[in-house]
Design a protein around this ligand. Structure first.
Ligand code: NCD
Length: 304
């Protein structure tokens, strides 16, 4: 039995097969409409979510399966003090596969150890968000035609943003990727990530101003300042509007630069950018459903 805790749980070849499957699902949805008939997905979300949970649920429904779960720790037995290990043992009796989001780093991993069904980490604290990374990689591959040879700028909350941490982890395995980290001093990328890049001789640069570097980028990954992970409101208020990508900044960028964002967006991308053909963040949401469908099939060992 296989779980998904980090994007590194899949080899490059396995990821490539997963993306091929996702692209086949996109082209031939009817072929997969009954692939999971009779199967159940449990979504155990101890932290707020719109797209990740609904994307998983849509993925399972598109495959002919059904969905159970909770979207708020307060409405689950966690409120009575039940441990994640006990909850997953119980869920294992009900469902065939589980997607779990938790505010504590490592909680889905603890669940996986006690689970008799595949567990997917749907975001654990500020740590990892592997299915967002699968979504990001599929989007890049589909729209750019490759997963190597590019310069990517990651902008915003690089300290707390788990989508950023997962994406970097995944991208370092592809050839000739340069990273530019764009953040205020307080929200810099953690040292454990820059140490890993140094050890692997992967080029990176840290800058504060987006305007200074946007022209160099093939991909711009914008992120929300992660309000829920701040210790005080004052710091959040000071930093929340540090970056606003608008039409003026987009005019400095390459004609074929893609703008990605895991969403939800707050103020960091002005709505005027939505009309720009380089804005790919809503397409990204659609790719998220295809890749989660491919992931569910793969972890359940179902071949169509
Ligand atoms: C992200 C997350 O939950 O980490 N959202 C998502 O799943 N698409 C990003 C965020 O909340 O800012």
């Amino acid at each position: 039995m296989r779980h998904l805790m980090s994007p590194l749980d899949f080899s490059i070849e396995e990821l490539s097969d997963l993306f091929d499957l996702a692209e086949d699902i996109e082209k031939n949805p009817a072929k997969y409409a009954h692939a999971c008939d009779g199967k159940k997905l449990a979504t155990c979300f101890y932290e707020p979510s719109t797209r990740t949970r609904l994307s998983f649920e849509t993925a399972m429904i598109n495959l002919g399966g059904s969905v159970i779960g909770f979207s708020d720790a307060g409405s689950s037995s966690a409120a009575k003090g039940e441990s994640v290990s006990d909850t997953i043992r119980v869920i294992s009796c009900f469902a065939d596969i589980c997607a779990m989001r938790h505010p504590k780093e490592g909680a889905p991993m603890v669940a996986a150890e006690k689970s008799s069904i595949p567990v997917i980490n749907a975001g654990d604290g500020g740590h990892q968000h592997p299915t967002q990374t699968l979504t990001d990689l599929l989007t890049i591959r589909a729209l750019k035609g490759r997963l190597n040879h590019f310069t990517i700028g990651l902008c915003g909350d690089l300290k707390f943003g788990r989508t950023v941490h997962s994406l970097i982890n995944a991208l370092v395995r592809y050839d000739n990727i340069k990273f530019i980290f764009i953040s205020p001093e307080e929200l810099r990328i953690p040292d454990y990530i820059t140490d890993m890049l140094k050890q692997n001789s992967i080029p990176y640069k840290e800058v504060i101003r987006l305007e200074d570097t946007i022209a160099d980028l093939d991909l711009l990954y914008m992120t929300r300042v992660q309000k829920e992970r701040f210790f005080n409101e004052e710091d959040y208020v000071r930093l929340k509007d540090f970056y606003i990508l608008d039409r003026a900044k987009m005019s400095l960028a390459k004609e074929d630069m893609l703008v990605l964002h895991p969403l939800p967006r707050v103020n960091e991308i002005s709505v005027e950018v939505d009309e720009d053909k380089r804005a790919a963040y809503f397409k990204q949401v659609q790719y998220g459903v295809y890749v989660r469908m491919a992931l569910i099939l793969t972890l359940l060992g179902i071949r169509v």
